[in-house]
Design a protein around this ligand. Structure first.
Ligand code: G6P
Ligand code: ZN
Length: 543
């Protein structure tokens, strides 16, 4: 095998964001662009000679071409084996599982998650380490530094490998195993959940719909929910992964998963509805005419984990990202568990899981997961809920309302302003920061402001510090207003405003979240000057 060393020059802006490097497909299609990044990864992750790499993606446009490039570069750089999903497919949680199960050195996951796909849309790549989780900041920064001084990359010349057939192949002296993307994952799910109980539930007078949104979870959901658990054919909607995700925006929330939402809020609505995103790590849970906020979902999972075989011996602790509501904190307190508040981004949970401090983690951004892998996991969350429903034999709504009665309700909403001018977005946050000294002690939205800060986090395991993780206005009664800029968008800036208010009184827990939070929403606009600065009078997305 002849290794080719190709001369190249750095590209601007190859810094991995919240979840890897995400850019327009056209950017990735520039000669050497992908190669530079992949070589920078290989140059930053230590000694992998003779080791295994996992490669797979969410099936979006450019997935297959990128995989061929990566295979050639992996061979040239000295990996002895690559495990790659058949047809290039691996959902993000499934990739995390494969890395762990086969003790791979790490993995390259090709996805831009819930961002739209197609020739004019987004592509992405991220590196996950040997524990199956996203590379920590030390590694992603090293990769970025490497992209700024790169002079060459290594590859081999050979034909593309046919990824449509599972089996063992050889590529320029490197072993390539094309694996069934679903089998290992389905096996893991059967170890965690009571499939017999869920099978009986689905055979009963219980109906559900799962929306794969034309993205990667289609094949997983069809095998697990329809074939293994016996739900009727058609339970999985939009189950064929498409290169452009059917032209949609596969983000499972009330705005983008409207097809499913209309079914769950329509006549003859099923008992349960769920959706997952482009790469299969996010989830949305719905009942009949009922939406479960991701923050509540995490809290309810923690409170009911003892009902699930994989967690029946108790959980170690719970973690949530800072903007996620404090609903889970109350459950942790009642159960005597440790509870952690981390910056946004799943990577912050990895150390806590590896150290055995937490079992369940969740984020307001429709992510929930556990230490079974090191990514959030959409279908896992769906099966978790189905298992709870199978044991409790109550409706989704009844379970949530009962939870509020016991623990109180954290009214919660997030308002997003997408595609805003970056300078204006920065100024919105700065306006709030400028009032850090004057707001405490003042009354705002009928509540007394306690403390204001820029959220910073010290990782209790490795002591690393992350600063500027969100602008917070914290009230004495536990209510919170949080302002943050998205780290995952690819055009302009997205301002996220997170609103939370706690209600202990069961008689006052039945309001619509937007009504209950109306005064907080007004206060957020007032102190940030958002409308004047951005010219927007309403959010792009409300979740
Ligand atoms: C990705 C990450 C999540 C994170 C989310 C936040 O989905 O995997 O862990 O919560 O991005 O995105 P944002 O756009 O708010 O930075
Ligand atoms: Zn995702």
């Amino acid at each position: 095998m002849k290794i080719h060393t190709i001369a190249t020059e750095p590209f601007e802006g190859q810094r991995p964001g919240t979840s890897g490097l995400r850019k327009k497909v056209k950017v990735f299609q520039q000669p050497h662009y992908l190669e530079n990044f992949v070589q920078a990864v290989f140059d930053s992750i230590g000694d992998f000679q003779g080791q295994t790499l996992v490669v797979g993606g969410d099936g979006r446009f450019y997935n297959l071409q990128a995989i061929q490039t990566i295979l050639r570069m992996a061979a040239a750089n000295g990996f002895s084996r690559v495990l790659v999903g058949q047809n290039g497919i691996l959902s993000t949680p499934a990739a995390s599982n494969v890395i762990r199960k086969y003790r791979a050195y790490g993995g390259l996951i090709l996805s831009a998650s819930h961002n739209p796909a197609g020739p004019d849309e987004d592509f992405g790549i991220k590196y996950n380490i040997g524990n199956g989780g996203p590379a920590p900041e030390g590694v992603t920064e090293a990769i970025f530094e490497q992209t700024r001084k790169i002079e060459w990359y290594q590859t081999v010349e050979c034909d593309d490998l046919d990824l449509s057939l599972a089996g063992n192949f050889e590529l320029a002296g490197m072993q390539v195993e094309v694996i069934d993307p679903v089998a290992d994952y389905a096996e893991l799910m059967q170890k965690l959940f009571d499939f017999n109980a869920i099978r009986s539930l689905l055979a009963d007078d219980f109906s559900m719909a799962f929306d794969a949104m034309h993205a990667v979870t289609g094949p997983y959901a069809k095998v697990i929910i329809e074939d293994i658990l016996g739900a009727p054919a058609g339970t999985v909607m939009n189950g064929e992964p498409k290169e452009d995700f059917g032209g949609g925006h596969p983000d499972p929330n009330l705005t983008y998963a409207h097809e499913l939402v209309e079914i769950l809020y329509g006549d003859d609505a099923p008992d349960f509805g769920a959706a997952s995103d482009g790469d299969g790590d996010r989830n949305m849970i719905l009942g009949n005419h009922f939406f479960v906020t991701p923050s509540d979902s995490l809290a309810i999972m923690a409170a009911n984990a003892h009902l699930i075989p994989g967690y029946k011996n108790g959980i170690n602790g719970v973690a949530r990202s800072m903007p996620t509501s404090a609903a889970a904190d109350r459950v942790a307190e009642a159960l005597g568990l440790e509870c952690f508040e981390t910056p946004t981004g799943w990577k912050f949970f990895g150390n806590l899981m590896d150290a055995g401090r937490v079992t369940l983690c969740g984020e307001e951004s429709f992510g929930t997961g556990s230490d079974h892998v090191r990514e959030k996991d959409g279908l896992w969350a769906v099966l978790f809920w189905l298992n709870i429903l199978a044991v409790r034999q109550e409706s989704v709504e009844a379970i949530v309302v009962e939870h509020w009665q016991k623990f109180g309700r954290n009214y919660y909403s997030r308002h997003d302003y997408e595609g805003v001018d970056s300078a204006a977005a920065e100024q919105v946050l700065q306006n709030v920061r400028d009032q850090f000294a004057t707001l405490p002690g003042q009354m705002l939205a009928g509540r007394k402001v306690g403390k204001c800060d820029d959220f910073a986090y010290t990782d209790p395991v490795d002591g690393s510090v992350s600063t500027n993780q969100g602008v917070r206005v914290l009230f004495d009664d536990g209510s919170r207003l949080i302002f943050r800029l998205s780290g995952t968008g690819t055009s302009g800036a997205t301002i996220r405003i997170y609103l939370e208010s706690y209600e202990a009184d069961a008689d006052k827990q039945g309001l619509d979240a937007q009504d209950a939070l109306a005064d907080m929403i007004a206060a957020a606009n007032e102190i940030s000057g958002l409308k004047q600065l951005t010219g927007r009078d309403k959010p792009t997305v409300i979740t």
